[in-house]
Design a protein around this ligand. Structure first.
Ligand SMILES: [Mg+2]
Length: 103
């Protein structure tokens, strides 16, 4: 199963279970909540860190489907863009000195 199929499956599960698929602001809040849960699991060395990280991805993919965004394509494009960026370390901070020349 690729990411696009997974994204659609996550969205369909929301629909099937009667969860929110219309209030985008609420979904952003839930996504933030999952990030906080993952951070809490990390700092408290809980066993469910992996599951909490998965929740972040699930909410992100659900939100992407609600917004009709192909997250797999967006990630591939952004990774390619990031790979072409050039940075220079100035006083311990990486400063971007060249923008990617991909679309
Ligand atoms: Mg969670």
């Amino acid at each position: 199963m690729n990411l696009q199929e997974l994204q659609k499956k996550i969205y369909q599960n929301k629909v099937n279970k009667g969860f929110n698929v219309t209030d985008v602001e609420k979904e952003f809040c839930f996504l933030y909540g999952e990030v906080a849960e993952a951070f809490d699991a990390y700092r408290k060395k809980k066993d469910d860190l992996g599951e909490e990280l998965a929740d972040i991805a699930i909410y992100l993919m659900g939100l992407s489907e609600i917004l009709n965004i192909d997250l797999e394509k967006e990630i591939e494009n952004k990774v390619a863009k990031n790979e072409k960026r050039v940075y220079k370390n100035i006083n311990g901070t990486n400063i971007r000195i060249k923008e990617a020349d991909v679309q």
